[in-house]
Design a protein around this ligand. Sequence first.
Ligand code: AHR
Length: 499
Amino acid sequence: MARLVINRKKTLGHINPEIQGQFSEHLGRGIYEGIYVKEDSGIPNKNGMRTDVVEALKKVKVPLLRWPGGCFADEYHWKDGIGPKEQRKKIVNTNWGGVTEDNSFGTHEFFELTEQLGCKTYVNGNVGSGTVQEMSEWIEYMTFDGVSPMAELRKKNGHEKAWKVDYFGVGNENWGCGGNMTPEYYANLYRHYQTFVRQYDPQNPIKKVCGGPNVADTFWTEGVLSTCFKAPSPDFLHGFMDGLSLHYYVHPGGWENKGSATDFDIPMYYQSMKKALYIEDLINLHGDILDKYDPEKKIGMIVDEWGEWCDVEPGTNPGFLYQQNTMRDALIAAVSLNIFNNHCDRVKMACLAQMVNVIQSLILTEGDRMILTPTYHVFDMYKEHQDGELLDSTLTGNEIVGTVDNPVPALQYSVSEKDGVITLTIANMDLENDYPLSIEIDGEKVKDTSAYILTGDVHDKNTFEEPENVVKKEFDGVRINGNNAEFTIPSCSIVSLQM
Ligand code: AHR
């Protein structure tokens, strides 16, 4: 029997709700159709936002939304997306399928959406093809409440009060689609551009996110940080960088041949899980470099793009990145969120790519229909970790499973406490074996347990015809034995237990 001992007296860090953040880009049907259908649509909506989608997202307590990209951000000129909709510029979305972008979803619509969701805002600025002036005017437009040209323009466009920007990204992937820059060149631009991200509301400062590495690119991390921190004065350092981003996708078969989201064999499944677990190595790798420059861990690691990125669904636009979602995705989400929790001393935010209809989504839509993916249910089961304190714990008796090439631990978990309630989320990646588990809390008696489970065949998915194949269910397998809780975690499953 595996044994988990939880040390309630030792907390290891605060789990920022933003760790369960989301990302929506102007890409395929992610925003248009998936979220925003315009006010005159036959699909029920509030100010253009689909009611079904917004309600589903509220249930999982989406804490934060990143927008407008992604690669799109470095070609986005925000003034194209304000003012009367019929007068907004129509542009070509060069990154994603070459389709016409009519800019009907812009700054005002983004804040309308985040207000409906009740979540924090993360706006990504344009460094690749935008100017310092354009970026600084956007900040003024969004956040300045006094008298100024941009504040007046916002009022003229119908919004009297300034909005709150919680996080602002200074460019995106500037090593690639954001300009193919060298780390030193980008870092100098970062120093320059971030200066003009003015803090119009000092009580609610905008947190500035510097563009970080892709996967294991330590050359980028080291180059950017060494240039950013060159000869800094304490004043310069104050508030000039609150986060450094990290992007990592699980491409099951690799970047060139990613593989199907639904049709995969068992070795490919274990390869995917091994790749999902690798994000922990990346957090440590880049975290070690950050530690050199920021030993007090004031700069958060912002994993603002993560997820399983497969081939698009057959017959769909290759530029739209629309893919299905199975129990494999659920397990990838479960272990990734556990890893982020377990590194909450450094990881301050993570955004699933992408919330609706793109890559590893929470929700898929087709016309007026909507389905919740297995990944959605994982976020639903993990939401109690938001604002929890990570607890120290030890797991013994865990097995190594998988294949010779891709061994993985059977069980993987995180545990936190909030308001006297302990939440454990645990995944069993083994596709064959169930594991009995005993849980001990420092000799205290475990009581008042409630639990949910998400389980099925690893290929199981929800479809528009069968939307409830994979749903979280109440789990009644937990028994109290003496002081401890015990249950058997079935193969290919995720359990959330509250005590
Ligand atoms: O999420 C899709 C794309 O992946 C984003 O636009 C980009 O930042 C990354 O390469």
